[in-house]
Structures are given as C-alpha cells and as structure tokens.
Design a binder for this molecule. Structure first.
Ligand SMILES: Nc1ncnc2c1ncn2[C@@H]1O[C@H](COP(=O)(O)OP(=O)(O)OP(=O)(O)O)[C@@H](O)[C@H]1O
Ligand SMILES: [Mg+2]
Length: 278
C-alpha cells in the first residue's frame, strides 16, 4: 500500500507529547470525558469516554439528535470539545496547530450520507482528485485509483459522471475516494441513509471488506436490523451520553462474501451480485 509515511504511527513525535507506555498500542480513537456545548448552549455530548482499538469495526447508533455526527466531527477536528480530550492514535488532537489539521484528516477517510462527489468529474477523476490534493505522484495515482475502484466494484464505470450513477454507486465512489490512500481510520456517517436495503447491505459489505484490510471503521447508522445482524461492537448514545457499549461477539472469521450472503439471507432479501447495480 502506498503512502506509508502518512500513517499516524509513522509520524514523528512532537515535543508536547508525553512518552507513551505502549508505543503503537494506543487506541486509534480515545475520548476522555468529552463534553460538547454548541454556541447558544445546546449540550450535544456530555462526558463521553470511549476507546476504539485499531482494526475494530464499530457502529455508533442512537436516536436523531443524540450527538452521533457531533462525535464524528470532533474526531476530524471540525469541532473542538468544550471540555475533555480527543486522542487519535494516542495523540491529543486538541493541541494540533491549524496547519497540522490537514495531515490529521489525510489519515481519516470520511464518508457521508450525501456522497459529496464533484459533479463535473467522472468516477476515475473523483477518486484521483483525493490523491492529487495530497500530492501523490502520477504513478501512484495510476496504480491506486484503478485498484480502489476494483475493490468497490466500479471498474466498469470509470468514465461515468456522478449523475450517471445510481445512489449505491455514488456511495461506492465516495467510499473509494475516502479509502484510496489507505487511511488507518474510516468514519462513515449514515453511509446508507438514502439507500434501499439491498444496496445498504452492499455498502456494509464494502465497509466490512475495508475493515478486513486492517482499517478501523466507525459507522453511524439508524439501521437497527443491520446492526443486530452484523454482530459488531455497538456504541449507543442517548441525549449526548453513552448508554450502551457492547462487544460484537461473532463471525470474526467470516469472508466478505460469506458476510454478504449471510446478511442477505438473514434480512430476507434476494441473492444479488456482490456489487449493486453493475
Ligand atoms: N451547529 C450547531 N449549533 C447548535 N446546535 C447544534 C449544531 N449542530 C448540532 N446541534 C444540535 O446538537 C444535537 C446533536 O446533533 P447531531 O448532529 O450530533 O445529532 P445526530 O445524532 O447526528 O442526529 P441525526 O441522527 O439526526 O443525524 C442536536 O440536538 C442538534 O440540534
Ligand atoms: Mg447525524
């Protein structure tokens, strides 16, 4: 995989940091007593503490307004906590200088419900753009983009523009874009929020496949059925507090295809190709 130097664990230590007891062993995400009060006084998160280890697949669930997206935004420093600390790979991101924030975000792929694709670029160029902006070489782009589009099952749609793709395909492009530089962490905020059940399974299957490459995946979803069936760790928020944190317990040896087949069977949807709509 390219871009090894961008991995968090390879970055040089900065002076502010205390030495770590377990180098490389720190959780990839750690929140310590994090409270977020929005301007105007709304308490969105209240003393949230949690840790997510490298390689985990975690669902973040809870009713609308409970603070899920707020939590995601804190992880990429789109927001700062009012109190408490957010650590990524053992580093307090609250002390990062402004100019270091892009580097943090390069290490964290993000996927949103509304895809956020560039309408005037085709599939290939949407994904290539993510590498261009971080200064990847042309050789690297030529290698990584087709490989990633193969991974997400879009090899036949390289020249399509976003408006020539189904919703599920557009989400696959946005996942390819988030993953093309192989970040150690991928955050997805309701990635299947607008998609039908079969397409949603395809998207989860893809996130599962990405997780199997070693990337930590955190998925916000309202899809209770999916969460129950997948048997991964579930962190539930309610009114800004963690009210449940349950280990997954199962199916760790499952291949991506086995996963897809089991999901479709358990959720009572028909057998489809492993890539939706292609
Ligand atoms: N910029 C903001 N200013 C003030 N209040 C905000 C802001 N953003 C979110 N909130 C409030 O904070 C609370 C948590 O919002 P958040 O977006 O994190 O919820 P959520 O769990 O992602 O909900 P949903 O499932 O609907 O996406 C909500 O009550 C929301 O109205
Ligand atoms: Mg949200």
């Amino acid at each position: 995989m390219g871009h090894r130097t961008m991995r968090l664990r390879k970055r040089p230590k900065s002076r502010e940091e205390a030495p770590r007891a377990r180098p490389g062993g720190a959780p990839i995400i750690e929140l310590r007593d994090v409270t977020k009060v929005y301007p105007g006084g709304h308490l969105a998160l209240e003393r949230v503490s949690l840790a997510i280890d490298r390689g985990e697949f975690v669902f973040l669930v809870g009713p609308t307004g409970c603070g899920k997206s707020t939590l995601i935004k804190l992880l990429i420093r789109e927001l700062d906590p009012t109190e408490g600390a957010v650590q990524i790979a053992g580093r307090d991101i609250g002390v990062l200088a402004e100019k270091k924030i892009p580097q943090l975000r390069r290490n964290i792929g993000t996927v949103f419900q509304d895809f956020k694709l560039l309408p005037n670029r085709n599939v290939y160029d949407n994904v290539a753009y993510a590498l261009q902006v971080i200064g990847a070489s042309r050789a690297e782009i030529r290698r990584q983009v087709p490989e990633t589009l193969r991974l997400v099952g879009l090899s036949t749609k390289l020249h399509n523009y976003p408006d020539q793709l189904s919703g599920g395909e557009q989400q696959r492009v946005s996942i390819a874009r988030a993953f093309v530089n192989h970040p150690p962490l991928l955050l997805a905020d309701e990635p299947s929020g607008n998609l039908d059940p079969v397409t949603s399974i395809g998207i989860m299957q893809l996130l599962y496949r990405i997780n199997q490459t070693g990337t930590t995946v955190v998925v916000v979803t309202h899809d209770r059925e999916m969460v129950d069936k997948m048997r991964r760790r579930v962190i539930e928020l309610y009114e800004g507090r963690v009210v449940r944190d349950e280990a997954g317990g199962g199916y760790t040896e499952e291949s991506t295809n086995e996963f897809g087949m089991r999901m479709r069977a358990e959720m009572g949807v028909g057998v489809e190709g492993h890539t939706n709509g292609s």
